[in-house]
Design a protein around this ligand. Structure first.
Ligand code: ADP
Length: 362
């Protein structure tokens, strides 16, 4: 069931149109990752979905309630949601009081508050800091205090706006583990915006990509990262190879495409005659000799033209009619003894060659 259903959402600030034609549905119990370049409108969309500010147009229902028709119920709906922002908001008071604050506003009894605050601090692993001053904690710990203040109110939907953008990898992993557990154990629906692609892949059951103020594609992480719908999405999700080509034929489930004088096969049905081949660098395998047995449908010789370290990987450009960038581990590159000018064999599965229609200039 959709817990949030947004349709044709628009938002402008003065003359600046920040969101347009946003369609998004969030299913109850899922973790949806909202990814996209900085400035694409992620935070603005979250502020609209969690009813902090109204859209200028479109339809939005939350918990099955039409929020445009029922403005009077926003406060009630907001009480069923929790929000965590990029910068932890903590007050100059004890960790305990920081977490209790939300419940006191809601008029809970002190026994109830005590039980719930202790439970929420336990959930974020901060019980031992309960009596300490929140502002004395590290950034990662402060974010956990802020998270436990949100959790203590038992939100049905948790909105996280770049919650780990300012945190070190260790604190990031802790926050991610708490969020994943909350989703798994309590069934809390989570909507998390992040510009960190790996975070989107690690946490999210489904990913929505925002490009220039709209949701350009939503789907499983596999779909988004391997089958981006257009060039902008492909670039954003880190596809190294976007190569113009032309469809030659289609038979037995394989499309043959010519690119730079080389023929490649793909499992994608032809989306147009003029296409772009979308190939992730990590899907390209390099070999020193022609493999004796190779199940990949594309196998051809190439020349290494550039090697660029990107620890723990190496970005290897090979020329084979067109240029292809392959991402190999540093260890594998060493084992292959790669250097510029060397001849290699390239293998590539047909299903790793995704085709999109070629876009016109501009
Ligand atoms: P993201 O979260 O993807 O980085 P934002 O939603 O923060 O993107 O911003 C999208 C665009 O909207 C940016 O150009 C930003 O400057 C603009 N914007 C966001 N909030 C406001 C505001 N309150 N007033 C004016 N412009 C805003």
């Amino acid at each position: 069931m959709a817990i949030i259903e947004a349709h044709s959402i628009k938002k402008s600030y003065g003359n600046l149109e920040v969101l347009h034609d946003v369609d998004l549905s969030v299913q109850e119990g899922e973790i949806l990752g909202l990814i996209g370049p900085s400035g694409s409108g992620k935070s603005t969309l979250l502020r609209i979905l969690d009813l902090i500010e109204p859209a200028n147009g479109g339809e939005l229902s939350v918990f099955g309630i039409d929020t445009v028709e029922e403005r009077g119920r926003w406060l009630d709906l907001r009480r069923r949601m929790g929000m965590l922002f990029q910068r932890p908001i903590v007050f100059n008071a004890s960790v305990y009081d920081n977490v209790a604050m939300g419940l006191r506003y809601r008029g809970a009894s002190s026994d109830d508050i005590d039980r719930r605050v202790k439970g929420a601090l336990e959930a974020v692993g901060l019980s031992r800091y309960m009596g300490g001053r929140a502002t004395d904690l590290s950034g990662g710990e402060q974010q956990r205090v802020a998270l436990s203040r949100v959790l203590v109110t038992g939100p049905e939907i948790l909105f996280l706006d770049e919650p780990t953008a300012n945190l070190d990898p260790g604190s990031t992993a802790t926050i991610e583990a708490i969020v994943a557990r909350l989703n798994r154990e309590e069934g809390t629906t989570v909507l998390i915006s992040t510009h960190d692609l790996s975070q989107g892949q690690r946490l999210a059951h489904r990913v929505a990509v925002m490009i220039e103020g709209t949701v350009a594609q939503a789907g499983s992480p596999r779909e988004i990262f391997h089958e981006p719908r257009d060039q902008k999405i492909a670039r954003f999700v880190g596809v190294q190879n976007i190569i113009p080509g032309r469809v030659v034929s289609r038979k037995e489930g394989l499309t043959t495409v010519e690119a730079g004088g080389r023929r490649l096969v793909s499992t994608t049905p032809p989306p147009a005659e003029e296409v772009e081949l979308i190939i992730r660098g990590e899907d390209i395998s390099l070999h020193r000799r022609k493999p004796g047995y190779e199940e990949a449908e594309n196998l051809f010789p190439a020349t290494v033209t550039a090697i660029e370290p990107m620890v723990p990987f190496v970005n290897v450009t090979v020329h084979c009619g067109c240029d292809l960038a392959a991402l190999v581990t540093t260890r594998r590159a060493e084992a292959l003894g790669l250097h510029e000018g060397i001849e290699v064999w390239v293998s590539l599965h047909a299903k790793a060659v995704h085709l999109i229609p070629r876009e016109g200039p501009g």
